[in-house]
Structures are given as C-alpha cells and as structure tokens.
Write a protein that binds this ligand. Structure first.
Ligand SMILES: Nc1nc2c(c(=O)[nH]1)N[C@H]1C(S)=C(S)[C@@H](COP(=O)(O)O)O[C@H]1N2
Ligand SMILES: [Mo]
Length: 352
C-alpha cells in the first residue's frame, strides 16, 4: 500500500513515489509530499542498537545516534532531484522508473557535518574518497550485475566530503521518516539524489576510487574526455526549470491573464534567469524570480501569461540559466543515457 497518499506511486516494492508537480506550493516541501526513491525494501532499524561505523582510519570508530546528536548541529536547506526525474518524457521509451517531473523536493535538513565526523575519526590527509554504505540490500536483477546481494553504496571525493555534506537525522524539524533514511542519511548539496545515501551504516575512507555497482554501472554517463567517451559517475545536478501550472493537458481560459509558475534549480551556481516560451520555443520572455536565493535550494518563479483570444492547443516551455551561463539544451543529450533529463520539456495545454 502507498503509505503517502499525496504522492503518486511508481512502484511499491521497492517503494517509489513522486509528488504531483502541479501541487507545488510550499517552498519547503512538507515531508508527506517529498518524493521517495528506493532500490531495495526499506530497512527496519532499531535506533537504540544502530551504530554508524567509520572504517579506513587508524582506529575504526562507532558512533551511536545519541553521540551524533551531541555533536555540533548544522541545519541546511537542500533540493534533491532524482537523476531520472522526467524519464517518462524520453522518446523512444527507456527502462527505469517512469518518473513524471515530481521526483524533486526541497527540505530543511539537520544533522552533523560529514567533515566533523571524519575529523573525529582521525581520517588522514591522503584519503581519496569516502564510501557511504546504506543498510538496505538486495540482488540486482539485470546484467551486468554482481553475483550476490549488495548494499546500496556510493562514494564522494574527499574534497566534497570535507566541504558541505551533511549526515542528517532530521527533515523539516522531525526525525527522518523510515522511507527517507531513518535514523541517518547523507545530504549532498547540489548533487543528484543518488549521492544522498539513506539508512547509513558505514563510512569507509579509501585511498582509491570506489567502483561499486551504483558508482560504475548504474548512475553513470558518457563524458567526452580528450576525445574519448569515458564512463563517469553522475554528480552535480543540471540546471533546470519546471512548470508546475499549467499542467499538461490543462484547459486554460482564452483571452485571460494566467499565472504560469514553477521552480528552477542548479548545482554550485545559483539560478540567474528563467525564461518562458508560449509558442513552442520560437520566442522567449523572462519570468520573474521570486523571493531571495537560498543556497542549494530551488528558486520559485512566475510569469504572467496573456492567453490567446483564439481557442486551440498551445505549447509552453521553460528554461533556466545559472550564474555561470549554463543553460538547458533544446534537445536531449544522448550521452546522458536515461539520466540528467534537462532538455526543454513541452507542456501542451488547451485554450478554450
Ligand atoms: N541507502 C539508499 N540510499 C539512497 C537510495 C537507496 O535506494 N538506498 N536511493 C537514492 C536515490 S536514487 C535518491 S533520488 C534519493 C532519494 O531520497 P528520498 O527517497 O528521501 O527522496 O535517495 C538516494 N539514497
Ligand atoms: Mo534517484
């Protein structure tokens, strides 16, 4: 059964739920509206016996939830987007969870900085990466696949681990819900959701790059390096604007003022501009960015649309540009495979 009725189910075992993006209202997504992405069954964890183990250090360390909560507490906002968000719009159809555009949300996370935990564990200066391992586990069904059960795991370059990564035990002021990683999860600001490992049980500090399943087979794409296509792990989110209203198929009144609105986000650099097209991409007009920018969070925007006097079909598009000048491509980037879907997404509505 879908435990969160405000979300659309994309599968129950494993549990995958998305927000109907047309219901976007709150800048901080309420917990019951925050999308859920799982690869294995949600583990049941007794917080009293649970420990976070830190290995790959001179003296491996175990920390209880109580000990972590006693460390300096840090609160951040961060927008998480699943790297497959928007996948159902790819043509031709591809494998993978058929997300519409609601596998994204913005929450306020509280916890301890990964850098503080690494320091407490005495992680040394020559480390290359930190592997984050979850308690959830299972078999991979599609080849190429490892022969036995695996746990969900991803690694982070040591520089990112020491920068702004949070180990969160609270989401929007409440302890993490089981489906969001109780009792402890990573929150990796600016990166696609797959990096924010839930149900953490172990951190391994390594001197070599990690090549686990979700690092080297799944959640990778082809990047051109010196003229050679090279398989690299997905990391930072790609700049993107999404239209919440109108939604696809909506009937809008002719010859009226309609408030088009949505959200836009980027990775390291903030969103500098959002533009809207109401003629399928032939011409663009600037939308208004709302509020003040919040680091690592999305930005809401709106656009006053004078709808045509004549009835008919209209195609709307939105595109964002970040402060470094990166913008969304008109067409799908083939190298991105079934991930990082940030080309212009048409929303067709009926004017009546
Ligand atoms: N342990 C573990 N962590 C995980 C996952 C998982 O299946 N297992 N899914 C990842 C993916 S792909 C995403 S998009 C985010 C989703 O976080 P959420 O379910 O809290 O929205 O969690 C990430 N962390
Ligand atoms: Mo994801």
């Amino acid at each position: 059964m879908n435990p969160l009725p405000e979300l659309i189910s994309r599968g129950e075992e494993p549990l995958n739920l998305e927000m109907p993006f047309s219901s976007l209202r709150e800048f901080v997504t309420p917990n019951e509206k925050f999308y859920v992405r799982c690869h294995f069954p949600v583990p049941e964890i007794n917080p009293v016996v649970w420990r976070l183990r830190i290995e790959g250090v001179a003296e491996p360390l175990e920390l209880s939830l109580e000990e972590l909560e006693a460390m300096p507490r840090q609160t951040i906002q961060a927008t998480l987007e699943c790297a497959g968000n928007g996948r159902s719009h790819l043509q031709p159809k591809v494998k993978g969870v058929a997300w519409d555009i609601g596998a994204v949300g913005n929450a306020e996370w509280a916890g301890v900085l990964l850098r503080d935990v690494l320091e407490r564990a005495g992680a040394n200066g020559s480390a290359c990466e930190v592997i984050l391992e979850g308690l959830d586990h299972g078999m991979i069904k599609e080849p190429p696949r490892p022969p036995n059960e695996i746990n969900y795991a991803r690694s982070l370059p040591i520089a990112k681990a020491r920068q702004d990564v949070l180990l969160a035990y609270a989401m929007n002021g409440a302890p993490l819900a089981p489906e969001h990683g109780f009792p402890l999860r990573a929150v990796v600001p600016g990166w696609f959701g797959m990096a924010s490992v839930k149900w953490l049980q172990r951190l391994v500090v390594t001197e070599e790059p990690f090549h686990g399943y979700y690092q080297s087979i799944d959640y990778t794409y082809w990047e051109d390096r010196d003229g050679m296509p090279t398989l690299v792990p997905l990391t930072e989110m790609r700049v993107k604007a999404q239209i919440a209203r109108p939604e696809a198929g909506e009937v809008v009144p002719a010859g009226a003022a309609y408030r088009v609105h949505g959200a836009a986000w980027a990775a390291e650099d903030e969103v500098a501009r959002v533009e809207v097209s109401v003629d399928g991409g032939d011409s663009w007009a600037e939308a208004q960015l709302l509020g003040e920018p919040v680091r690592n969070a999305w930005r809401f925007w709106e656009f006053e649309w004078e709808t045509p006097a004549e009835p008919g079909a209209v195609t709307l598009l939105a595109r964002a540009t970040d402060a470094a000048g990166r913008t969304q491509p008109a067409q799908r980037v083939p190298e991105y495979g079934t991930y990082m879907i940030n080309h212009w997404l048409p929303i067709e509505v009926q004017v009546r």
